[in-house]
Design a protein around this ligand. Structure first.
Ligand code: GLU
Length: 600
């Protein structure tokens, strides 16, 4: 199937091609050679997938679109404070090559106008001019994800005709806004402007900024994450020459344009966009590239401040232990406690990206539910992102909560770290099942129901419930004691089952083996529970592994001997099968309840 995005971009290309007007820049003579009919648009997603249409591989010089990337480099090398001494962050409303400076602070207004960009270029580190020139090329190449080259003809052309930039540099030199050889600084600036790129490259460069500084094509970091938003902010307010304010208003995403006719625009966290067409409007922005960006943003609602409310979706579901249980198999008396008192264990399932607005909903709900329950499990399995604000709020909620009441399952690292200094031992569980099992055990313990009979009486085993004294005596004669250490198998998947076990002490987990050596625990069986009893029903091989969690004392019964008992004790097997069926029915109902209350 043809990609709908590609098809969209092709339609867009045809529409934009109809737009007339504008002039190709001629003040740098080499630029005047550009074909006014050239046109290209590209979008790069954050996994590196690029959609490019039109003259997508046509090289042109990057010009001013290099400025934000060099600004990022300066921030990374010197830090915010030092860079701010050299260049401000105020929009000017003046032309890109204005000689007006911020005289109060003795610095150019911002790094997107020529003066500010030259001040930034003056900060590039390197032993020699050649080394600095190489480091500029390396920087832009890191953003593009491939080795870029200079267009030496454009470089020379601009150097020979760049009188205006020489005026700017000399004003800055005199005012000591830049130090060192001004001609060499200008040469470096002209060099950075003459690097050859295509819209594919610019889309990748924009996507690198959208991706927190990591190039989505190479996976390499091009800019430290902490400076990405500085660069984007300055692009947002100053990136489009003296049309910047209106651009923010109409289009509303950070972008930078250049006189060769290109624009690189960023939808943070989503995509990088680039468009190219040489004819420029009176501000120096490409008429068709602006139109293309405008359309993309309007058609897909990408304006930075057009955010859709998503906060209410922070909670996916709510339940209690009345309907959702751990996979721990429970005896009849334990089940009775859980059915009676299960409302004392609450469960909140969080979902999505937890940022300030979403986390506010979650912590508000935690505060409402917590007083009504003894334990509240907050399951974060479906939370795919959690920011600093959410971690801070959850950590504060935890700090203010009743000790031992608030429990997290599947918490991600940032939250674990935020809680690390105060989390009590049973606060963070690897998964919901483990958290619920802990709460159930605590609930059963407070209720006084037995969780682990130390002495086994066959009468108290659910599987044998209802058997006559005579039948139980016959069973007792068949029981053989076994003991398992942690990690030992009671039952092994695939083997023919000759025994089934009744656990007297300890607990064992039923584990399924999945593809790729992964395993999943489907149940834990404690004292009074049975293991391998399915072999009584059919002769099929064991369906799962059952592994001792710790030391397990169990009684083993030979299937063959049990079957033989039917001759002398015919009611015994009937009772056992009736109990087994009831157990299956209960498990099925529990599964249905869980699906009903939380979905999948
Ligand atoms: N090299 C160009 C100049 O400084 C860049 C201008 C631009 O693209 O805005 O004049």
């Amino acid at each position: 199937m043809a990609s709908p995005i590609r098809a969209y971009l092709n339609d867009l290309l045809n529409d934009v091609r109809q737009i007339e007007g504008g002039e190709v820049a001629t003040y740098i003579p080499e630029l005047a050679k550009a074909n006014p009919a050239s046109l290209a648009i590209a979008i790069t997603a954050l996994d590196g997938k690029t959609y490019a249409v039109g003259d997508a591989d046509l090289p042109f010089t990057i010009q001013s679109v290099s400025k934000p990337f060099l600004y990022g480099l300066a921030l990374q090398e010197y830090g915010r404070e030092t860079v701010l001494k050299h260049v401000g962050v105020e929009p000017t409303g003046d032309a890109f090559n204005s000689t007006v400076m911020d005289e109060v602070n003795n610095r150019p207004f911002n790094p997107m106008v020529n003066a500010g960009a030259i001040a930034v270029t003056a900060l590039v580190k390197g032993e020699s001019y050649a080394a600095r020139r190489q480091s500029v090329l390396d920087l832009l190449s890191r953003f593009a994800g491939r080795k870029l080259k200079f267009d030496e003809a454009v470089f020379r052309s601009e150097r020979d005709t760049g009188a205006r930039n020489r005026v700017i540099a000399s004003i800055m030199s005199q005012a000591e806004m830049i130090s060192g050889d001004a001609d060499q600084i200008l040469d470096l600036y002209f060099s950075q402007c003459s690097v050859l790129v295509s819209v594919r490259d610019l889309a990748a460069m924009a996507a690198t900024l959208a991706n927190g500084g990591i190039n989505p094509l190479t996976g390499q970091r091009a800019l430290a994450a902490e400076y990405v938003h500085d660069v984007l902010t300055v692009m947002h307010s100053c990136g489009m020459y003296n049309y910047a304010g209106q651009w923010s208003y109409e289009v509303g995403i950070p972008a930078k344009s250049g006189v060769s006719g290109s624009i690189a625009a960023i939808v943070p966290g989503q995509i990088g966009i680039s468009a190219y067409s040489p004819p420029l409007d009176r501000f120096g922005n490409s008429i068709r590239a602006i139109a293309a960006c405008k359309r993309i943003v309007a058609d897909f609602g990408l304006h930075a401040f057009r955010s859709a409310p998503q906060s209410s979706a922070a909670i996916r579901g709510e339940a209690s232990a009345l309907s959702v249980r751990s996979k721990r198999a429970r005896t009849a008396s334990e089940r009775e406690v859980l059915a009676r008192e299960g409302a004392r264990i609450g469960l909140l399932e969080a979902q999505g990206a937890l940022f300030f607005g979403a986390a506010e909903r979650l912590v508000r709900r935690i505060d409402e539910v917590l007083p009504q329950v003894d334990w509240l499990v907050v399951d974060m399995r479906r939370v795919y992102d959690i920011d600093l604000a959410a971690c801070t709020m959850l950590a504060r909620t935890y700090a203010a909560s009743r000790k031992g009441a608030l429990i997290f399952a599947n918490a991600r690292d940032p939250l674990r770290e935020a809680l690390s200094s105060m989390a009590a031992p049973n606060t963070l569980f690897a998964d919901r099942d483990a958290a619920l099992e802990y709460c159930e055990n605590a609930l059963i313990a407070t209720d006084g129901a037995h969780t682990g009979a130390s002495r086994l009486s066959l009468k108290s085993i659910d599987l044998f419930a209802g058997s006559s004294a005579g039948d139980l005596q016959a069973l007792e004669r068949l029981a053989k004691p076994f003991s398992f250490e942690a990690g030992q198998h009671l039952v092994r998947e695939g083997e023919v089952g000759r025994l089934f076990f009744v656990i007297a002490q300890g607990a064992a987990s039923v584990q399924l083996n999945l593809a790729g050596a992964r395993t999943v625990r489907v149940a834990t069986i404690g004292a009074g529970g049975c293991v391998g009893e399915m072999a009584l029903l059919d002769g099929s091989p064991r369906s799962a592994d059952v592994i001792a969690d710790g030391r397990v004392i169990a009684y083993g019964f030979s299937i063959e001997e049990m079957m033989a008992l039917s001759e002398t004790h015919p009611r015994l097997l009937l009772t056992i099968f009736a109990n087994l069926s009831r157990d299956f029915a209960e498990r099925l109902r529990a599964a249905n309840n869980e699906i009903r209350s939380l979905g999948n």
